[in-house]
Ligand binder design. Sequence first.
Ligand code: FAD
Length: 448
Amino acid sequence: MERHLTHHDIGRGDYVLYWMQASQRAERNAALDAAIREANQLHKPVLVCFCLDPRGEGRQIRHLRFMLEGLTETQHLLEEQGITFMLRSGPPHEVVPVLAEDACLVVTDRGYLRGQREDRSRLAERLDIPFIEVEGDVIVPVEVASHKEEWSAATFRRRITPHLDHFPMQSPTPAVTVRGAPTEYETLPLDRPEDLIRSLNPLEDAGPAAFAGGLSEARRLLEWFMTGKLSRYATGRNDPNADVLSCMSPYLHFGQISPLEVALRVRGHRGNGENAAAYLEELIVRRELSMNFVHYDPDYATPACLPDWAKKTLAEHARDPREYVYTLRELEEALTHDPYWNAAQTEMRMTGKMHGYMRMYWGKKVIEWSQTPEEAYNTLLTLNNRYELDGRDPNSYAGIAWCFGKHDRAWKERPVFGKVRYMNAKGLRRKFDAGRYAARFGDTYKKG
Ligand SMILES: Cc1cc2nc3c(=O)[nH]c(=O)nc-3n(C[C@H](O)[C@H](O)[C@H](O)COP(=O)(O)OP(=O)(O)OC[C@H]3O[C@@H](n4cnc5c(N)ncnc54)[C@H](O)[C@@H]3O)c2cc1C
């Protein structure tokens, strides 16, 4: 879906500028396709610009490295198509207007988080040529799926499902008619990523993650999922020992792979009915519910986003005695009494990706072990966004809010949690061999 963010006449520039931010890929990218179509019509080349933004709150070296690996591949793929890729240092509102002086129009992709929306509105105020936003990282555009914030996955599913009857097709990327660099241009060197990382002053290194960035790596993992894992997804996805997840979340977060490409690949695979349905429920309903949440709820990053029943019950139990209370540092270092929780925290720190089922347990326990729900909220956002490669995503905010009752219903009342859903170690052991998981990620585990 396209939206005009300004209403000016086409400029008399030398190129069509695509300011790339959310969809960091050269294939199956609706914003790129739109830029190519516009450029072909105007008989101009396309220039793609990506801003290495020094602001990046909470960003760690592992995130930057993963992102730069993806951008290196994107640059090669764009060049093969005859499109110039330019990497510039600085926030978009400083970099893009300068490049736009020589452009006919500017195209961008769509981001749902506050900072991304602010970047677009600041730019819209400064540009005096058309500025077009193209939504390409969801299956159903956010306002088409629903015109308001949805209460739960059930209400959202009812709204989005009719749109999935006409599943969007993937049109091939149009060929570029005017190839090559439009003018003299300067770009930062992607062949020296460590220098680029140093120049951005990230926080201390969380250690290398277990995933390499880029479209081809995303596709390799997707094929592995299709051939070795999808057939066990419905029954195995809640067992961290089963290793049946797709690991698409870091790639989706950086826009290195299109969710439509993933969805079509899974949907088109014969003989996986129940498993494909379970996967598409996560990829489409759950993921796009997160976009609905951050788009319509301005309080998405704080407990103010919680439903009234959850706020009330958490407040009523805010002074309940806690059996264990841990500091941020103790949690960060996985120093709790709970071997399963420590293993989950260690998995996230070591690999950059905690198993999806353990994320729920991990979040619930931090509520139980913090002085107040507000402190727990901050701790979870800090740790999630510092260590998860897919952190700082709409899913991060929705996942953490879910632990506090968002998109959920009231359950039986109990200490600390009130009516918010509770999880315990016994429940984990009932579902899977939790001891085996703990042994994989922690030598502190003692059977018992
Ligand atoms: C406390 C908490 C924090 C979370 N933090 C994040 C985060 O920072 N970033 C992130 O992307 N996801 C987050 N999630 C959601 C979910 O756990 C991950 O998306 C999933 O584990 C990613 O692994 P995968 O790609 O291998 O998943 P798969 O099971 O293979 O699923 C495929 C895709 O479906 C989507 N998906 C799967 N489960 C969910 C879900 N519960 N909600 C929304 N979308 C889902 C994701 O895009 C995922 O990549 C969080 C959940 C919780 C409870």
